[in-house]
Design a protein around this ligand. Structure first.
Ligand SMILES: [Zn+2]
Ligand SMILES: [Zn+2]
Length: 332
């Protein structure tokens, strides 16, 4: 078989490499820098220059020993497998991977979204014979609202009570910078205050040409100065003592899963913001059709709905059991 699921993840025998392996391997192709796709400890890694930089930023000593950059659209021949990377619109550096072998095209979407995101290049439609697609939101109940409406809710909350602060939980890679950029586009010009864990990747985005306006470290700011301000922190910090430095914070959380109100309540989120870096149901099904693939493989938890959809269109479809992609929830 050209591609198979192993205990280390998706493996291509012809090229002897793994795609987003969940255990350290000799040769990996990495779609993007999120923790469950880009784990530390690989030897040789083929990825976009941005993803390689993110991996070395996050993994330090355990970053890839032999990093091999590949730009969007560039092609590499490896043991008879033609490899190319294409924008996935998910986070900075994120890519879909196209493998061409023996006259057959296999496209691995990695995580992706098709809505505009001012912090990374847009998703590109690629045709293939076989499509390996993520399904983080692979159920018809998931339809993400326009992000502008969610940013408007945050700004309305700020205006409603300017004696409070707004604390927004955001994943450090992608979500954080996108929320900042969306706030700027909505006219919020004041400094945005960041938890220390968000600073390195935010700086990295700025170094890569994504200008985000005035950013200040929340930790070095006096409580009184944070009155009426917007503060971003990683989701894990929303419920810890770190929040005590903030004046009466409204707890918000930006994630596609905030559409499930029970989950928001469970986490003590007062202001759920449905802002996702993943495709919703309509984007997923459109991608299956646009790819013109006749064989659909679905990764990530919620695959059954998409498998059913694809079979209904007369396509061959199955769910792949790849362990280790679950922690993505926080990045959703
Ligand atoms: Zn991701
Ligand atoms: Zn993922």
């Amino acid at each position: 078989m050209f591609l198979e699921v192993t205990d280390r993840g998706l493996y291509c025998g012809a090229g002897d490499f793994y795609i987003d392996p969940v255990l350290p391997v000799a040769r990996a192709l990495i779609t993007h820098g999120h923790a469950d796709h880009a784990i530390p400890g690989h030897d040789s890694v083929l990825a976009t220059p941005e993803t390689l930089a993110i991996m070395s930023l996050r993994h330090g000593e355990s970053a890839p020993k032999t990093p091999q950059p590949i730009r969007y659209g560039e092609t590499i021949d490896h043991f008879g497998v033609r490899i190319s990377f294409h924008p996935a619109g998910h986070v900075l550096g994120s890519a879909q991977i196209l493998l061409e072998h023996a006259g057959e095209r296999t496209l691995i979407t990695g995580d992706f979204k098709r809505r505009p995101d001012p912090t990374c290049p847009p998703y590109q439609v690629i045709q293939a014979d076989r499509l390996v697609i993520e399904a983080t939101f692979g159920l018809p109940i998931f339809r993400h609202p326009p992000v502008e409406t969610q940013i408007a809710m945050l700004l309305a909350s700020q205006k409603r009570d300017e004696s409070r602060s707004q604390l927004v939980g955001v994943y450090p890679l992608g979500k954080c910078q996108r929320v900042i950029k969306l706030l700027r586009e909505a006219g919020w010009e004041a400094p945005i205050y960041l938890h220390g864990a968000l600073l390195p990747l935010t700086r990295f985005y700025e170094e890569n040409g994504v200008s985000l306006g005035p950013i200040k470290p929340a930790t070095e700011t006096k409580k009184a100065e944070l009155v009426g301000q917007i503060v971003l922190a990683p989701p894990g910090a929303l419920s810890d003592r770190w929040t005590r430095r903030l004046p009466d914070p409204v707890i918000a959380y930006a994630s596609g899963f905030m559409q499930i109100r029970a989950r928001a309540r469970q986490r003590g989120v007062e202001l759920p913001l449905v802002i996702s870096d993943h495709a919703d149901w309509d984007e997923l099904t459109a991608t299956i059709l646009d790819s013109e693939a006749r064989e659909i493989w679905v990764t990530h938890g919620l695959g059954d709905g998409l498998v059913h959809f694809a079979r209904g269109k007369g396509l061959e479809a199955k769910s792949l059991e790849i362990r280790g992609y679950e922690e993505e929830e926080v990045a959703a």
